[in-house]
Design a protein around this ligand. Sequence first.
Ligand code: GH3
Ligand code: MG
Length: 534
Amino acid sequence: MARNDNRVLLSKRMEDEFSSWFEQKHITEQELYRFLHTMKDTSSSIGMADMAEFCASQLETLSDSSETIIPVRSLKKFIYLMRNFFPKDIEAKTIEKDAALAIEEGSSFILIIDDDVEFASFIKETLEENGVQVVIALNGKRGLELFYTLQPNMVIVDINLPDMNGFDILAQISDLARTRYVPIAFVSLDSSKENQIRAFEMGAMDFIAKPIDAAIFIPYILNRLQHKKTIWQSASTDELTGAGNRRQFNDAFSQLSSVSERTRRTFTLVILDLDYFKKVNDRYGHPVGDEVLRSFSQLVINTKRDTDYFFRYGGEEFALLLPDTPPDRAVILIEHIRQKLSKIMFTFPSFEPFYVTFSAGVSEFFVNQETTLSEADQALYQAKRNGRNQTVIYQPDSGNVKRHLNVVIIDDDVLTRKMLSDQFSSWKPNEMDIFVREYPDGMTFLESDWYEPNENYMILLDGIMPKMDGIEVLMHLRKRYPDDNIVVSMLTARTNESDIIWALKSGADDYIVKPFHPQEVFARVQRLTKRLFK
Ligand code: GH3
Ligand code: MG
């Protein structure tokens, strides 16, 4: 017993250390070394020879004096192996597996808090034959713990428990149970009037006297679960799209997180956001926008697996929670959705047909919900920045994502813009991704949200434009923005030498005299942009 206590203490100390790492996100090699050193000594002194040996082998590769920074994410496997030296008790493992299974299958599961093992296991077996998973807690403390972590669909509580009484449990869970529409049934050998009144006053939905007649009890439970499901669905479904609403998202997310923390099974979060959706509303009106949201949701609902969850996260933002799915497999599903969406032509009376695309950010659950959400958000942002209509998996130190070149064409002549845009859009070099953007004048360009400090820009700037002359735009650029990531080439009809000198003095890297052949511009751009990627 004392031996086990020591193990529990050591496991707790280790988990505390991991938690502080998760918060810091990075640790130094020295910190890891010292941690392993302590773990090695302590595990050896309490008889955990395997663990001591493992720590010693890890220590051989580390240095006590190194300040090298290690991202905590890269220690995932190490943390997993360390945790495995502390096996969980079999009962906890089975319970959590049951719950995880129920959640993944979208089936119901109920929690029975009762120390009458015979009764509880009889109900468990019978209900499981009817497709309902059952988790049993033999005392109140365990029951409360399971109620919070596993979020059952129904709770059955006996009034007399070894460590507390059923009313104490009710007092603690009834508010939360009510907000989630979780029915609570009391069962007791003592079905006195006082007990029944008290149970109902405190929020129980039913009171059932023991001994229980199974012939009635099973249909009763199935009835309650069905009722709960119906209410829950209507309260947690987004009316417009049929996807789960934000509230259901929060619930499912925390449920999957707590199961994953216990069973170490993985799941992935995907945030999907429609591209340029504001334009859809602006051009075709809100009812059309609504129809697009509905069609997109139906497409996702019909494409995802039954075990995946789909939610409307905000206006035109959606989320998927994918149990047991690493990010690379999540991408397969998303790309399948993308492919199907690309084939849908939206047609509405009196409007030209149009297509919509979406961008997606992907992150695997690892540390906690907040981090996962923020990582998926960052990846989505990256997907938008990379030019939209694509999926990005969150990378811890994503300085190493493929380099980009943003080719910006600013010209009031539609034909010139189109000609250049076609030329650059077909450019697909291996070492970088090319994104082309067009603007009809300098003012529109400067007022847009075009600039990101860690991006590279090749700006093709017309010299003479309405509203703002090309030279003015150039001067503004050179004054307000750094020039190491922005190359500017003036497109000018002015053959006047002084204009060209002025442009070069104002910070243009090159000039191209109109009329030009797009291939000539292309060749020059290839040469000019070399300086961006030295
Ligand atoms: P981005 O590619 O950067 O995501 O651009 P965007 O235009 O999609 O994004 P932005 O956030 O600028 O605009 C989102 C728009 O979605 C604005 C809002 O009016 C619209 N929207 C939000 N909810 C609804 C809805 O329920 N129905 C309709 N029709 N439009 C909605
Ligand atoms: Mg959008």
